[in-house]
Design a protein around this ligand. Structure first.
Ligand SMILES: [Mg+2]
Length: 198
């Protein structure tokens, strides 16, 4: 199976980085929509705009607790693991720093697709792991034999998902789902399209 794996909001705690390092009066749980700027004051927006273009901003985004282990678990299960992540087009250091961040985990250059958020639904694969509910819904609607796993975060918790999207609250829930999918597929019980019901 081919896995498409998002980074920010799945492995990398972008919102936490912004809060803990630059906006100490804010907490990630306050950000209940995907659009960060909707939650920021003008002054906070200016701070964010300055921070995101700094050298070292992308490189220093922390991993969520357990994310290292989650990536290792995924690498052990998927021969075809593709990182599909949006770059911050206003941040001149973003791509080089994100590449280095991923290379340190054994991800190869040819496993990284930089793709705008609103075009991710066009990338084909069997499984998508994402934190953006809009992307999950659009991808699942287009790839009707696939499964989109939505990693639950405060910014997606209140939004409905379409058929083909599985909401998971913890990394282990994602692993358990993938393992159940793999075991069912290995038993040749039917086409992938019928597996969405599990
Ligand atoms: Mg994301």
């Amino acid at each position: 199976m081919e896995l498409l794996l998002d980074v920010d909001g799945v492995l990398a705690d972008y919102t936490g980085h912004l809060c803990y390092k630059y906006l100490p009066n804010r907490h990630p749980r306050e950000f209940t929509t995907f659009n960060l700027s909707m939650h920021l004051t003008w002054e906070e927006t200016q701070m964010w705009e300055r921070a995101r273009v700094e050298e070292g901003f992308c490189k220093s985004i922390p991993w969520y607790p357990g994310a290292h282990e989650f990536l290792c678990d995924l690498q052990a299960r998927f021969n075809e693991l593709m990182i599909v992540t949006a770059r911050d087009t206003r941040a001149p250091h973003w791509v080089g720093e994100r590449d280095a961040w991923l290379f340190a985990e054994g991800i190869k250059h040819n496993q990284i697709i930089y793709c705008p958020t609103d075009k991710k639904y066009l990338v084909s694969g069997d499984i998508l792991i994402e934190d953006n509910v809009t992307t999950c819904n659009a991808w699942a609607a287009r790839h009707t034999r696939g499964h989109a796993l939505l990693i639950e975060r405060p910014h997606n918790a209140g939004y409905p998902v379409v058929e083909g999207v599985v909401r998971v609250k913890a990394y282990q829930d994602a692993i358990d789902f993938l393992d159940s999918l793999a075991s069912i597929k290995s038993e040749n019980v039917g086409p992938a399209s019928t597996l969405r019901s599990i």
